[in-house]
Design a protein around this ligand. Sequence first.
Ligand SMILES: [Zn+2]
Length: 937
Amino acid sequence: MNDTVIPADAAPDYRNTVFLPRTAFPMKGDLPKREPATLAGWEKRDLWDSVRRSSAGRTPFVLHDGPPYANGNLHLGHALNKVLKDAINRAHQMAGFDAHFIPGWDCHGLPIEWKIEEEYRKSGRNKDEVPVLQFRAECRAYAEKWLAVQRDEFIRLGVMGDWANRYATMDFASEAAIAGEIGRFLMNGALYRGLRPVMWSPVEKTALAEAEVEYHDHKSVTIWVRFPLVSGGPAEIAGATIVIWTTTPWTMPGNRAIAYGPDIDYLLLEVEAAGEGSRARAGERVMVAEALLAPFLAETGITGHRVLGSFKGEDLAGTIAAHPLRGQGYDYDVPLLPAEYVTTEAGTGFVHTAPSHGEDDFILGRAHGLEVPETVGDDGTYNPWVPLFAGLHVFKAAEPVCAALEAAGGLLHRNVLVHSYPHSWRSKAPLIFRATPQWFIRMDGPEDIRGHALQAIAETRFIPEQGRNRIASMVAARPDWCVSRQRAWGVPIPIFVDRRTGEPLRDPAVMERVVTLFKAEGADAWYARPAGDFLGNAYDPANYEQVRDIIDVWFESGSTHAFVLEARGMPWPADLYLEGSDQHRGWFHSSLLEAVGTRGRAPFKAVLTHGFLVDEQGRKMSKSLGNGVEPQDVIAKLGADILRLWVMSSDARDDLSIGPEILRQQGELYRRLRNTLRWILGSLDGFSEAEVLPLAELPELERWVLHRLSELDAQLRVAVESHDWNGVYPAIHHFCSQDLSAFYFDIRKDALYCDRPDSLRRRGARTVLDQLHRCLTTWLAPVLVFTAEEAWAARFGGETSVHEQQFPAIPPDWRDDALAEKWTRVRSIRREVTTHLEAMRQAGEIGSSLQAEVTLSFPDGEDQLLSKEDWADNLIVSSVVVYPADLMVHAERAEGEKCARCWRVLDEVKRNSAKLCMRCTDAIDSGLVGQPAAPGE
Ligand SMILES: [Zn+2]
């Protein structure tokens, strides 16, 4: 766009007679400098409070904040998540809802404990010698520090919320509420203590939740082991051995059974020959699954064999084997048991079963009354009662176990395998399945939490829809929820177990005292006070064991709906939960189970998930690649609005790419939006309501712009309703750059600059520019929170804030589909003419398009599309001749003379001594514009 109109030589200076855009809204954003000042202004006028007060009585909209962990500076993932939440909240607020937002933090748990322990290790202190209350106080101080840092960083990002009343899981009221929620599960019977295998980190000495587990490649020793048959089964197999295959030799001391598939075909083989180095012995008889025979022979080096018999798995019912280390303390029977989960994908078709070390194994063992031995201690070493291996660490046990098996004749073959193996997300150390006494919430008891959770999932809206199946399949398959952790920084499981019966004490009065004391003193009370303070007079503390485990932090964050929404009298369930798609396994999941188990339904009506961050090549961000982008850097260099624009311009359903080039592009997008706002503001200079024309008197071009506004408004309202914002802000940007800057503004520049102020054309344009300003500043406000405020204040002053406004109510009669169709045709003809004129310009035949005269011929009917004057306006040429024929475009250099004021080239100028066209003469004569100056003045 060329904004300058300089009159031709020698003529009077008409600069004072034209309305060039004038605004205090600067071209350059200078966001890093300007944004903090805007924030300070909001703070000063208490914008949050005034928005809340003005929303009283409206339909509430509650997006419940999933708490980030109060540990370290914000990273880009936090920024992405919170900007999305903020934009959605603000859009609801401006669409007529009361969108109250309470940001929160997750404060307890292993990562902070780990940090404090790390500091201890550095200074040579021993954690076990620090009193628990002191340790907890240090964890609390650490969380407090980072909570404050993150809060300031979120505010700097422009995130609006009730920061003064934020929630934290470590607030005393939260700790009390979390204890109370555990109390609900205790009273309704779903909470139980049981010995069962849990994912255990020997390094951190605690059980881990599913969401705390990562899978990485791990190199394991794999072994093929003979189990001699001792009794039962078909007569032919007597004296043979069953061969199992396992990737965890350290679980052999925990073996208590062998699982087979009842429908799988098994073979009884006699080894006839074996290759060099093979441990197979000619003449020995072994059993394996038929489907796995070939890989089995290849692995074990058996070069010759004879099939002696074939059996279905079910034929093996009642067969008993011996542990290969029988005679060395492993003297129990090892029954063969049927299990549906046995496959012939790998191994031998017989599955080594250690009920302490696997979920399937545990369930199978429980069904058949097998012992669940405690073979491994907290630190990952075998317990003192484990024969041969006591005191050994399980991760160093592969060789000793192999050696013992070899010596006993049990080892048929060994190898190594790189496979996906569970690791702690914190310490990155490998995990083990280990049987320990833990507290569980039952999924399938009389409470039927699983069934109710699946029902709740069916009743929830998922955006995108795939989320439904993801979480449903996780809930359908998950084991009971292990809610206990053997750590110190958290909310204790406030339960007493009767030493005489092993039963937990289920007394609401005791739970009541726990909640009251926690509320007053925090959960520290559990450690600081004697048991009698909680038990009261009805129970003798000597008869009760006070549980010292703490609650899984996922249970804590899963209870936020209770202590943030319910306890504060906010609407429950929340309208929306919004997190990364990994939270199907994490926060969505735990919140769902917690609420279903205590209140019978999900705490949310809808769940929105977004993708993760990748760099411009689609790679994950990592320290080692050095491709990370820190939100603090982007804000300092470009401004928060650029980061926010990036979030809302991306398709958040997928992974979002970011890097220097993408940020540069966002800077370009931003500049176009800013220039659009600036041009509107400049062209509205001195605008008054008296200029406004009614819809019926507006030119078609203006009505077309209003039609486009009605379309964008509809798109925005659908997004508010559906929570699906994909494409909305790209559409607004496209509107600004293509429909406005490159088309509408370009055409109307002439009328706005040169028409007399009371011309209907100019008034019509300003009528529409007024609406454009109101629509664009409010529509952009949820995203460009700072820039929209600046563009609002540039017109209306600082008395009101754009964030106190509503999206303008678009009158239904702005929508005009027939007109839109017509103008699609006009624009396509315009593109053709523009191409033509561009070619003339390239050839030096014309300078600006105003020096051209265009001849358009149209097929029947279309010659009435626009008048020739309107065509001249729309094509930005001096004159247009229209006649009926097939569509044809012709342009040539216009005859006539250039108007010294508006530069149109017209015949009429020749006849005017002041070298003006009739329109410009009229404008000057009207006395409504400035007066020309003599040349050279
Ligand atoms: Zn003129």
